[in-house]
Design a protein around this ligand. Structure first.
Ligand code: EZ4
Ligand code: CO
Length: 414
């Protein structure tokens, strides 16, 4: 048998998603996710204009060979656009293989290593009262782990902090911004930032959270790449009394050596990798044990084939998974993460931001959530099917992540 068609579907049911549909000569359909938040059309073009025609007639069972063909054969290696495109093909082929065998994907990856997947939720608030209410909502829903993001006095809006969401409400906490009238954005909005104010404020918030919620709730925090190495070391050290599960993306992602400095100063566990796209982005971090959790999503890291190898590599060094699970990864990409999570030995925790109702009507998932844990489900393949007709009714609308500036106007990392 062979691949007959490979089509790219760009749609915006709630937010933008890029989906690859591969159909085999005997009619088996495989789905892949290539969504790159704010750069969706680049990944779609890579697939449509440079990859799709090379797939036609290829043996769909040759997943590793196809991965190597697209990676080594392109000459230009790595990069988020290339790796998101490869990821979509790879997911679709694993989906097809598992569907042909009539088994859920995790069975092909070695079978289940656990019964359920612990997830963490996103709680945020501009002030402690709002944050506390958000955390309480998640605790009442059965969550055992919560990411804490707080507003900072003196700053109007902080990325990752919802001004409006109520606990338990389905909401894109970190939406890519459209224009105010709902039409396509022509450029990102800009937010302000002040690292000293942030460093002064965050530990006091964690102190209050521990006081109110006790020692058992797992707490996480995301620094969104905004600190210098020494600032990150200081924050990691000042958060030690509050026993974080991890401090995420403390420094800009491309500087692996920065983590040596943070590590010298603190025992707060560290996580990074959501903007990485290759195992080579982790080489120093893993071999020198500079991090504790791998944060990539299969969608941005070359798919299931590459993610499984990356996590096996991390396992040798005692490093665990904490895969990226934002709403800007489609339910197909999320399902890929869950099947890997269930199968690997070194699972840590899974990020979970529930997709909007419209997204979930369009992508019909079989994974389920119950009291703080996700279950990939036992449908054959990845277990997600796209309703193409419904997707077609929600066309792509340009939307961007914000740009971050210091109070004096300097463009800043995030
Ligand atoms: O900002 O997915 O840990 N999760 C995150 C996410 C990212 C978005 C970027 O596209 O930081 O919310
Ligand atoms: Co993050």
């Amino acid at each position: 048998m062979s691949i007959s068609t490979a089509d790219v579907i760009i749609a915006s049911p709630g937010r933008n998603f890029v989906t690859l549909k591969i159909v085999t000569s005997d009619g088996v359909v495989g789905w892949g996710d290539a969504t790159l938040n704010g750069r969706e059309l680049a990944a779609a073009s890579y697939l449509r204009d440079h990859v799709a025609s090379t797939l036609i007639g290829r043996d769909e069972d040759r997943i590793e060979d196809t991965w190597q063909y697209l990676y080594r054969g392109a000459y230009w290696r790595r990069g988020p656009v290339t790796m998101a495109a490869i990821a979509a093909v790879d997911m679709a082929l694993w989906d097809i293989k598992a569907k042909k065998l009539g088994i859920p994907l995790y069975q092909l990856l070695g079978g289940a290593s656990r019964d359920k997947l612990r997830v963490y939720a996103h709680a945020s608030g501009n002030d402690y009262a709002a944050l506390s209410q958000a955390i309480r909502g998640y605790v009442d829903e059965g969550y055992t782990a919560v990411r804490i993001q707080t507003g900072v006095p003196g700053l109007d809006s902080v990325y990752g902090v919802s001004a409006t969401a109520k606990p338990g409400e389905k909401y894109d906490y970190e939406p890519a911004h459209r224009a105010a009238d709902g039409s396509a954005a022509t450029r990102p909005v800009e937010e302000d930032w002040d690292t000293p104010a942030y460093l002064r404020h965050v530990p006091s918030i964690f102190e209050k959270v521990r006081e109110e919620f006790g020692p058992e709730l797992r707490l996480l925090h995301d620094g969104h790449h905004r600190m210098s190495p020494i600032e990150a070391a200081r924050l990691a050290k000042s958060l030690e009394p509050y026993d974080l599960l991890w401090l995420e993306d403390a420094t800009p992602g491309e500087d692996q050596e920065a983590f040596r400095l943070i590590r010298q100063h603190s025992t707060t566990p560290l996580a990074t990798g959501e903007v990485f796209n290759s195992v080579y982005d982790y080489q120093t971090l893993i071999t020198e044990r500079l991090i504790d959790y791998v944060r990539s999503a299969p969608t941005h890291t070359g798919g299931i084939t590459a993610m499984k190898k990356l996590l096996d590599f991390a396992d040798i060094y005692g490093i665990r998974s904490g895969l990226h699970g934002p709403t800007d990864v489609s339910p197909i990409g999320m399902a890929a993460a869950l099947h890997i999570d269930l199968a690997i030995h070194n699972f840590g925790i899974q990020e979970y931001m529930p997709h909007s109702d419209l997204t979930l009507e369009t992508f019909r998932t079989s994974y389920t959530f119950n009291r703080g844990f996700l279950y990939p489900g036992d449908n054959p393949g990845l277990g997600v099917e796209l309703d193409e007709e419904l997707a077609g009714r929600h066309p792509y609308t340009a939307a961007y992540l914000p740009v971050n500036r210091l109070l004096d106007g300097t463009v800043h990392d995030w």
